[in-house]
Design a protein around this ligand. Structure first.
Ligand code: C2E
Ligand code: MG
Ligand code: MG
Ligand code: MG
Length: 282
């Protein structure tokens, strides 16, 4: 590790670096506790289907309630969880918890779960999904896995094989943050994703950049031709929504429609009776 910190490695011994390493080590220990002490929770952000004018899914978004630091956002601990392998038990928990919550929702409402590349490559993923589905009675087509383009960089063949075996379970697969990473059209042809999620960076540009509109147009045209849905991420205002609708985007997600909400607020949003007992599997 020290090798990467600077020529000769001596930077490793600078006090600042030492403090940084210690903080990281502490976070790692804390992250172990997060799982066992029940400090993890999920928020749910709706995806709105524009042609049906209704919510079609919620994305599960992970939160860590640290006893001292308070709420730690996912981007501040997921990289550490990936480096240490803790993302696998964490991700397993996310899948089980997401299915547990979603099995009480109306049939037409799906749950989308982010799957880290590290968890995606772990051999136990299919088994965890199968178990979560059978324990909750959630039908597989109501579970949508969100994966990112980075999976195609190192091992496209293995990634494709894994995608096909996940698809064989009946679950849906969405390509998240489309357009940010290693973008290649070849894997859109190689695997029939159910949905493409257009990264927020393209949506931000919509109101002040004609090029951004053209990009949205070409993504939605391509997706439609390939039989894939599109979700625009991070829609924050009516102006963006109008352009997205005009350019044929099928779904939107973002603060303009709703921020991520707690489990109880989902029921309200879906007009469900909160007292309705959980549906029992089998
Ligand atoms: P993502 O999968 O692209 O999720 C969308 C992120 O954009 C969420 O941030 C959401 O709160 C935020 N967002 C949604 N609408 C808007 C908007 O209108 N404006 C702005 N500024 N932001 C918006 P969050 O919850 O902080 O999650 C960040 C990232 O962390 C996610 O990006 C995903 O990559 C990762 N993540 C979250 N939960 C999980 C998880 O359970 N497992 C894994 N492996 N990664 C997760
Ligand atoms: Mg996502
Ligand atoms: Mg995304
Ligand atoms: Mg994103």
């Amino acid at each position: 590790r020290a090798k990467h910190e600077g020529r000769g490695g001596y930077r490793f011994f600078e006090p600042a670096m030492d403090a940084e390493a210690q903080k990281r080590r502490q976070m790692e220990l804390d992250l172990h506790d997060a799982i066992t002490e029940g400090q993890l929770s999920l928020m749910f952000q709706p995806l709105f289907n524009l042609s049906e004018s209704r919510v079609s899914a919620f994305e599960a978004l992970l939160r860590w309630n640290h006893p001292v630091r308070g709420l730690v956002p996912p981007l501040d601990f997921i990289p550490l969880a990936e480096d240490t392998g803790l993302i696998i038990p964490i991700g397993d928990w996310v899948i089980r918890e997401a299915c547990r919550v979603a099995c009480n929702w109306p049939e037409h409402v799906r749950i989308a779960v982010n799957v880290s590349p590290v968890q995606f490559r772990s051999p136990g993923l299919s088994a965890v999904i199968l178990q979560a589905l059978s324990e909750t009675g959630l039908s597989p087509q109501r579970l949508e896995l969100e994966i990112t383009e980075s999976l195609f960089i190192d091992n496209p063949e293995t990634t494709l094989a894994s995608l096909h075996s996940l698809r064989a379970l009946g679950v849906r697969v969405a390509l998240d943050d489309f357009g940010t990473g290693y973008s290649s059209l070849s894997y859109l042809r190689a695997f029939p994703f159910d949905k493409i999620k257009i990264d927020r960076s393209f949506i931000i540009d919509l109101l002040n950049n004609d090029g951004a509109t053209a990009i949205i147009k070409s993504i939605t045209t391509l997706a439609e031709a390939l039989g894939m849905e599109t979700t625009a991420e991070g829609v924050e205002n009516a102006g963006q929504l109008d352009i997205l609708r005009e350019q044929g985007c099928s779904h939107i997600q973002g603060f303009y429609f709703s921020k991520p909400v707690h489990e109880a607020e989902v029921s309200t949003m879906l007009g469900m009776d909160a007292a309705e007992p959980a549906r029992i599997a089998g």
